[in-house]
Design a protein around this ligand. Structure first.
Ligand code: PGA
Length: 254
């Protein structure tokens, strides 16, 4: 089965609204979305909440994702943003469970599950992040950790729901460190994730689901990752911030 490739830029707490619009305009001038599409490559960015509305207006075909959301539609949850608020500005994608949310804000696979179930109920697409810490990696626990994150994060989802989910395998020790996991490790774990999806949701779902690698992906190493059988793209932080580098990421995919 040929799956599409997805390149998703996670801007984290970077780019003012003005900088975000500037990025979008450069992507448009270069015709990158069209170039990607003609080769089966989807391009997306996840800006800050504040920039979402403007980025959506200037997206010109880029997928626009939130970096998180709340699982309730409204209520007393200071500082949070709900799914209907995202819908109002035309956004229907969200990253969930990024390791920076797990590490700094105590996000658990259980809360991720509540968010993912709420998102798919609103017909959103989800990029669900999983991955082990350095300590867990060194203790040989990668697969145990990832399995728990997948099983808990995706519990109670149906086969229809899973069609809206993308998984991003991001070893925490490789994020923003320049110590990217080897393509072999990425393939091993992405393949493992696909087998877990097959157990839980069946062969068809497992064949269709996009599984990304993330962690120090750069223009000079992206090709190695996406050449792997079970790696269907990348979630990219630092190298997604500048349009020039984003363009190189795309061009180096083919
Ligand atoms: P990085 O971040 O590419 O800067 O390592 C990846 C991520 O956190 O998604």
């Amino acid at each position: 089965m040929t799956r599409k490739i997805l390149l998703m830029g996670n801007w984290k707490m970077n780019h003012t609204i003005e900088e975000a619009i500037d990025f979008c305009e450069k992507i448009k001038e270069e015709g990158l979305v069209r170039q990607g599409k003609s080769r089966g490559i989807l391009l997306g960015v996840a800006p800050s909440y504040l920039s979402l509305q403007q980025v959506k207006r200037h997206a010109h075909g880029l997928i626009v994702a939130a970096q998180d959301c709340h699982y309730e539609d409204h209520g007393a949850y200071t500082s949070n943003v709900s799914i209907p608020m995202l819908e109002e500005v035309g956004v229907n994608w969200s990253i969930i469970g990024h390791s920076e949310k797990r590490t700094y804000e105590g996000e658990t696979s259980f809360t991720c599950n509540r968010k993912i179930r709420a998102l798919v109920a609103h017909d959103f697409h989800v990029v669900y992040c999983v991955g082990e810490t350095l300590k867990e990696y060194e203790a040989g626990l990668t697969k145990d950790v990832v399995e728990e994150q997948i099983r808990t994060g995706l519990m109670h989802l149906t086969k229809e729901d899973i069609a809206n989910v993308v998984i991003a395998y991001e070893p925490v020790w490789s994020i923003g460190t320049g110590k990217n996991a080897s393509a072999e490790i990425a393939e091993d774990i992405c393949h493992f994730i696909r087998t877990l999806i097959e157990e839980q949701f069946g062969k068809v779902a497992a064949g269709k689901i996009l599984i990304l690698y993330g962690g120090s992906v750069k223009p000079n190493n992206i090709h190695e990752y996406i050449s792997q059988e079970d790696v269907d793209g990348a979630l990219v932080g630092g190298a997604s911030l500048k349009s020039e580098s984003f363009k190189e990421l795309l061009v180096n995919c083919y």
